[in-house]
Write a protein that binds this ligand. Structure first.
Ligand code: F6R
Length: 231
């Protein structure tokens, strides 16, 4: 594990952007694992800036998002589908057929999850971006999740629902998420954490043993983990 402590959120976002830019230069058809939430917003802004300066070419890049609420319509402003197009995909040139997201509208959850696993197996994730929940979740693998878990439907904790339901708009109580095992298969993982509320989760990652109650600690066993923090 390599930990980078940054002075502020801007630096955190830039450091992450630099790593991704370098990886895409090395491998233009990189498979990128993407996250939503507040933490990667600065990173997306930096990536868009670099794209506009012709420093990054996303035309061959493939992407897989970590998770999506269930059930949820793509056009719902709370969906991660909406978030990704608004904050990133609509602002860069990326092939729509290269964008992979779990479908919150599916009628067949099992099939959706199995297909996602199959697609990831065919296109192994080179670089996975992760945020972390205050309770230590990664993706939507809530505390207690099996470290061998694959993509599946999960019930969100009351705390997560409350934190994600901002401006009075309640998010669904369930979500589809890549499993911890799926995440661990990524060749490189960049974990971003910003702000005091994330201190406990990061402390668990750095100082304690792997513990199912803190899913983030599964990452301790990853061979190529970069943690970028501003706490
Ligand atoms: C989002 C995701 C979550 C978030 C986490 C932190 O796709 O998988 O694990 O990374 O909930 O969210 P923020 O960044 O909003 O604090």
């Amino acid at each position: 594990m390599f930990v980078i402590k940054t002075k502020n959120y801007r630096e955190l976002s830039k450091r992450a952007c630099d790593i991704i830019a370098r990886e895409i230069l090395k491998k233009p058809d990189l498979t990128l694992g993407l996250a939503t939430g507040n933490t990667p917003l600065g990173l997306y802004k930096e990536l868009i800036k670099e794209y506009k300066k012709n420093k990054i070419d996303f035309s061959k890049v493939k992407s897989f998002n970590l998770d999506e609420y269930y059930p949820i319509k793509k056009k719902d402003k709370k969906s991660f589908y909406y978030y990704m197009f608004k904050n990133f995909f609509n602002k860069i040139k990326i092939k729509k057929s290269n964008i992979n997201m779990l479908n919150g509208e599916t009628k067949s959850v099992k099939k959706e999850c199995l297909n996602y696993e199959k697609k990831i197996k065919k296109n192994p994730i080179d670089v996975q971006i992760l945020g972390v929940g205050v309770n230590g979740h990664i993706g939507f693998n809530e505390p207690g999740s099996d470290f061998n878990s694959k993509t599946r439907l999960i019930e969100l904790t009351k705390e997560t629902i409350k934190r994600k339901s901002r401006f009075g708009k309640k998010v669904p109580a369930k979500a589809l998420t890549m499993g911890i095992k799926t995440i661990m298969k990524a060749k490189k993982i960049i974990l971003l954490a910003s702000g005091k509320p994330k201190a406990k989760a990061i402390q668990h990652l750095i100082k304690t043993k792997s513990d199912k109650d803190w899913p983030v600690t599964a990452l301790k066993k990853h061979k190529n983990l970069i943690v970028i923090i501003n706490i």
